[in-house]
Design a protein around this ligand. Structure first.
Ligand SMILES: [Ca+2]
Ligand SMILES: [Ca+2]
Length: 171
């Protein structure tokens, strides 16, 4: 029990130190060129890339193709798109069913707990495994073949320090 109590105190202390360090280094803000919403950072990238090249570009900036977990986040992305005049284009976000047909997941590993499918979608027409916001239905979602090239949205899972990250630092 003494060992467990000591470990608990050690972890608590480490969490407190890391949270303080995080705050001191400004982790509550998104990098320049990114937009904050719901404690996450989002960025619209306007050049055209395939789904997998787009994901690589997001990873280069320590993010993923965007996951969307609420109507509020969905609407926030719509706002980014409309503000930049790219409403007429389709956009990749980070959903895929390439592992098991019809089982959709977010490429950043977060739960697929919200969807805004366009009527009749996803239909896997010609083997479509990647998720886009459709310009033909007010940016509602469609599945599409992953090798199409279009603008895309990156997001971070969170910009707050995670307790799991702290605990993984334990020697
Ligand atoms: Ca599919
Ligand atoms: Ca489709």
């Amino acid at each position: 029990m003494i060992i467990m109590a000591t470990q608990t105190i050690w972890i608590s202390a480490a969490c407190a130190v890391l949270l303080l360090c995080g705050a001191a280094h400004g982790q509550s803000d998104c990098p320049t060129g990114w937009n904050v919403f719901n404690n996450r950072c989002f960025k619209l990238v306007t050049y055209h890339a395939t789904f997998h090249k787009a994901q690589e570009a997001c990873e280069f900036e320590n993010s993923h193709l965007a996951s969307v977990h609420s109507a509020a986040e969905n609407n926030f992305i719509h706002g980014l798109v409309r503000a930049t005049g790219f409403y007429a284009q389709g956009l990749w976000i980070g959903g895929s069913d390439d592992g098991s047909e019809g089982v959709w997941y977010w490429i950043d590993g977060s739960p697929f707990n919200f969807a805004d499918w366009s009527p009749g979608q996803p239909n896997n027409f010609g083997d479509e495994d990647c998720l886009m916001m459709s310009p033909y239905d007010h940016l509602r979602w469609k599945d599409l073949r992953c090798d199409f090239a279009m603008p895309f949205v990156c997001s971070t899972r969170s910009h707050k320090p995670q307790m799991t990250d702290v605990i993984s630092c334990k020697p």
